[in-house]
Ligand binder design. Structure first.
Ligand code: BG6
Length: 484
């Protein structure tokens, strides 16, 4: 019979990313990243906060680490802002910028929390966008290598787990949110896959660097992953779900673990004139940098149905309002698949399907196919939280979400899946990638609004105390009635 508790060495923690949490966007020598520009130009118009202050973690990091320690964290996954360390993307290092990360890593290590570094989370230095268009140009691969080598050397003695590039699959879908793309190029969908090809090479270089420089280091990509279900049992829908899996998931996983492009997905992209241009040596480089583990960001499953060639291509939609049902469309790949709402699942207010069973399905499926250890680096519920007059946040909905997903992870482990740990999104409230600060994910509340950053005071939510008990009992508390 399997035990109710998680293994002793399971990494309990949570995650954030630099531009979403740090703030101090132009302080101590840091220059803009593309996210400073994207958030200011696109999102400020919608009334969302910018990355200028975010959750002000830059000034609150000691308090944040103390709260993580209080919760019992064994690990914390965060990203480094390239433009804080190299404000111009390359060249001179910014001493105050790198010092911030040394202070953070020291603080974590001194508190017994394992730092898990993500090298890149959407925030390319703006200087590189201005210089050559950022990820659109192959020069970025060399510049990323320069940056990655510097960071890996700085932290090689303190950091074992490294993730390279956050969510390439999501970047392809939402490329104008995750990369700065000039207006006149936005209808050239082939460039989405070209950017991804450049990222594949940057990823492989970072894997090789960790293998060379970090003794006992483990490196992998952090993939944004949604298992795909067929809408019905009709063979055409089942085939569409397979097509969607190949293009949405296997297209990335096969690169990370086999060093090749998934054949069916690539054949489709070639037919549609969307395939990336591959130069001699590219695939050899990609094949040289195989991942040791997979970091998984799981929020929802997706659902696909068949479509013919008469429909028009579009990529994934967004719900901008937080009012259920206002998602502005689903991805369509003509003659391959069409994503749709799963009628069997409830959603968040932003129309993200809530599916704990999908977590188990995903873990078992990936582990069976690739046989590598898995680490959840994101999973969580975006919701509007309310601060009560007596300074509490009763987020029972978040507890319910995390509990069900953790139980699904445990079931997968009982079926033999090798799990490194669980780092939900997010440690503290932060700036959403598309919906400002009103859509919250944190275990720790940050007292600010989209309009008013106030003092960014930290407040423990109910989920904070609940997760603390889960960690303290190595998961046994998951099976108890919540008394928070
Ligand atoms: C993941 C990203 O895709 O989803 C995070 O890695 C992001 O950066 C998270 O915050 C939730 O998405 P959103 O748009 O609600 O912030």
């Amino acid at each position: 019979m399997s035990s109710l508790i998680f293994p002793e060495n399971f990494l309990w923690g949570a995650s954030t990313s630099a531009y979403q949490v740090e703030g101090a966007a132009h302080e101590d020598g840091k220059k803009s990243s593309q996210q400073d520009v994207i958030n200011k130009e696109n999102y400020a118009k919608k009334g969302f906060a910018t990355a200028e202050i975010a959750s002000d973690h830059y000034h609150h990091y000691k308090e944040d680490v103390a709260l993580m320690k209080e919760m019992g964290f064994k690990a914390y996954r965060f990203s480094i802002a390239w433009s804080r360390v190299f404000p111009d993307g390359t060249g001179e290092v910014n001493p105050k910028g790198i010092q911030f990360y040394h202070n953070l890593v020291d603080e974590l290590c001194n508190n017994g929390i394992e730092p898990i570094i993500t090298l890149y989370h959407y925030d390319l230095p703006w200087a590189l966008v201005e210089r050559y268009g950022g990820w659109l140009d192959r020069q970025v691969i060399k510049d990323f290598a320069y940056y990655a080598e510097y960071i890996i050397k700085e932290f090689k003695d303190q950091v074992k787990y490294w993730t390279t590039i956050n969510e390439q699959s999501v970047i392809v879908q939402y490329w104008t949110q995750k990369c700065y793309i000039p207006e006149e190029l936005r209808n050239q969908d082939q460039l989405r896959y070209q950017i991804n090809h450049h990222m594949n090479m940057a990823h492989a270089i970072a894997c090789n660097l960790v293998h060379e420089l970090v003794e006992g280091g483990m490196v992998g990509s952090a993939i944004g992953y949604a298992p795909v279900y067929p809408l019905t049992g009709k063979p055409e829908d089942v085939m569409a779900a397979q097509n969607a899996h190949d293009l949405e998931n296997a297209y990335y996983l096969d690169i990370y673990f086999k060093g090749i492009y998934n054949k069916a997905a690539f054949a489709y992209l070639e037919k549609e004139k969307l395939a990336p241009i591959i130069e001699p040596g590219d695939m050899e480089l990609i094949k040289s940098g195989i991942s040791d583990f997979l970091a998984l960001n799981y929020y929802n499953s997706s659902c696909a149905m068949a479509c013919d060639s008469s429909v028009e291509r579009r990529f994934a939609g967004v719900n901008w309002s937080g009012v259920k049902g206002q998602m502005d469309g689903y991805e369509i790949q003509p003659d391959f698949y069409q994503m749709c709402r799963n009628p069997y699942l409830n959603t968040t207010d932003w129309d993200w399907a809530i599916d704990p069973t999908g977590m188990e399905y995903m873990l078992r499926d990936i582990y069976t196919r690739y046989n590598k250890p898995l680490l959840i680096t994101e999973n969580g519920l975006g919701a509007v939280d309310y601060l009560t007059e007596d300074g509490k946040v009763h987020d029972s909905y978040r507890i319910d979400y995390i509990r069900k997903h953790l139980l699904a992870i445990k079931r997968a482990m009982d079926f033999g899946v090798e799990m490194i740990g669980y780092c939900p999104w997010s440690a503290v409230d932060l700036l959403s990638t598309s919906n400002g600060v009103n859509k919250r994910y944190g275990l720790i509340y940050v007292d600010r609004t989209d309009d008013d950053p106030k003092e960014c005071c930290r407040i423990r939510k109910d989920s904070f105390y609940w997760y603390q008990k889960v960690i303290a009992t190595r998961g046994e508390h998951l099976y108890e009635e919540d008394d928070c």
